[in-house]
Ligand binder design. Sequence first.
Ligand code: C2E
Ligand code: CA
Ligand code: CA
Length: 738
Amino acid sequence: MEHRSARLTRDWRFPVVVLLPVILSLVGAAAGVLGFVLWSAQGVDAGALTRQTDLARHVIETELKRIPHDQESVTIWDDAIYNTKLAFNAAWIDTNLGTWMREYFGHDDVIVLDQDDQPIYAMSEGARADPGREAAALGDIRVLIANLRRLLTEGGADAYEKGNTPTAPNVAALRLVGGVPSLVSIAPIISDSGTIKQDPDTIFLHVSIVRLDVDYAQRLGEQYQIPDAGFDLYPDTSSGRDGLLPLTDSAGRFITFLQWTPVTPGRDLLMQTLPVIAGAFLIAGLVAALLVHQLWRKSHALEVGRADAEYRAAHDHLTGLPNRTTFEAILARTLAQRPSRDRRTSVLMLDLDRFKQVNDTLGHRAGDDLIQAVGQRLGEMLANGDTLARLGGDEFAIVHAHAPGLMAALGLSQRIVEAINKPFDIFGSEAFVGVSIGIATADLNEADAHELTRRADIALYEAKATGRNRAVVFEDSMNEFLQNRKTIEVELREALRRDDQLSVAFQPLFGRDGQIVGAEALARWVHPRLGQISPAHFIPVAEATGLISQLGAFVLRAACSMGAKWPGHTFAANISPVQLRDPTFTATVLDLLRTTGMQAQDLELEITEGILLEEASEATEALRLLRSTGIKIALDDFGTGYSSLNYLKRYPVDRIKIDRSFVSQLAPGSVSVAIVQAMVTLAHALKIEVTAEGVETHEQAEVLDALGCNIYQGFLFSAPVSPGNLEAVLRQPRSQVA
Ligand code: C2E
Ligand code: CA
Ligand code: CA
């Protein structure tokens, strides 16, 4: 399980691989858009500031032109000449040239100068002031006065009065007056009608001063919409009043700053749009996060599914053990490691005996439980480095890695056989199973997993064929001969041609009273080189090659000959499904009965359950036909095949032969007792006789007797014997076993 989670954490990289680019591109896009917006806002604001500075400059210029214009309303006026120069009238001057300028135009100071530039009247902030105290101010504007005097002596006033120039002469400028930055304008007091002629040197002058103070700045600000406008010698830009225009006089001398808070349309727009942009990116971010999350969940689920599928593909779902594929991989890996002289790898192939019966009798759940219990019991017996796998059904395999060779594998196998023979508690009943084991040990230079597996398989086959519930070590002789079907075929064909290799043995059958009632004919082959070969080896080859018809006929003839000699006894022969399907089979059997003279009712054909699975086939038809002549049909190896007890109702048979694997497990209280009991009860209900095979002990015989078994066969009574020996037994008047 660890490797599963390990694989999962490793693949956390995938979302990161997706997430990172998404986050980066989002942040990148946000930064890009923000940068662009800021950049363009700054551009807009910089342009706006330039325009505002131009405007401010223009405002100051306009103001400098406005003041002379204000003055002209009173200075170009005959009454003004009269009341200042001709008959000095202080009250009139104050009203018309002084306070009027203040109230109507907002001029801060007015000074009226006589022809010698001496102040004859002064007004300061709307009140008459002492003209004598204006000396300091006059000092500051002396140059301007001189400039105007020059214009006048050059005939400026004349030219205007005659209409030669559209504007009256005047001088206006930015100046520090008494240390205060001011707009100063000086205009001559001249005739509006042209009737009063003045010598230019005698013209009186009118001085208007507008101080660049807080009030004025406020007025300008309102009039021209310059926010926070102010004049300041020492500007402070920390407050955001970044609009700054240095004001200089005509000679270029610095006077003061005009300062204001610039209008920033760019930034204003930015402030308005920024939340919208931020919102858009937030939404985009959320959507991306959602998508990535979905993607991550999908890929995570996919990954979990994949890891799970991988695990399932490599393991058996029931036991969680490695399956065949994994077993082969592990074996190959183990063999690839360098073996040493005393450390060799063995493969153990295991096959449970009688598993099918537990499954059929107690149900599939019980079968599953049993497989799990067997898996667990096996697992507990393994050493570190060994691998247990379930190859399927009731087959297991063990890689016994780097053990000290064959003896270790044999020892382990023996312990396994003993352990599996101990009862399993399944749903409260005791279940007995056995195990057959094939062992193959790798040669020093062996590295072929397939070859090793094949050898263990052959050994397993041998273990099953020679009685089950045992371990058999692979030997080369098995390989050479048994695995080469071609050789068997050739040699069996040869044996069938001759009369010195094949024979028929008879195993006596006994009734409840201990009387011999007949015998089962069994094929025997004594090979000149290999000695006795088990039918379990050559019958399958005979079936596969079609030689079974000939071999079967040979055995049948022996059985019929014996039957003809001993009428009233039952002689049984094993019939392979291949024989049954042979269309000439029925004729062969009936011919043999006729030629030997055996009674049909003395002949019993032993078939396997498998044949009954076939729906109305040639084989089942042949059986029906043969049975109609009085020949008996027996179901051999009952309980080991695929059919269930239900088939007995569908296909009429005369006998069942309970397989010896059940009989060998018969002990009071075991599951096998219940199974055999069920078989006997059902068979008897259907008027079917029951034979017990492989009876080896008195205890088994007693249990079978109690269960009502009809016929007994087994080593306890007699092994298969030669025809001569059989006849010797038959001849004894009351042959019987103690
Ligand atoms: P089977 O039909 O179940 O025959 C009984 C087998 O059980 C025989 O093995 C017999 O020797 C053995 N046996 C008898 N009593 C005992 C006992 O108490 N304990 C144990 N452990 N075994 C016992 P055999 O002769 O090796 O035959 C093996 C199988 O080969 C037979 O099983 C049968 O299926 C098949 N076979 C034998 N002869 C023929 C034949 O002529 N034709 C066909 N088609 N199959 C045959
Ligand atoms: Ca048989
Ligand atoms: Ca049998």
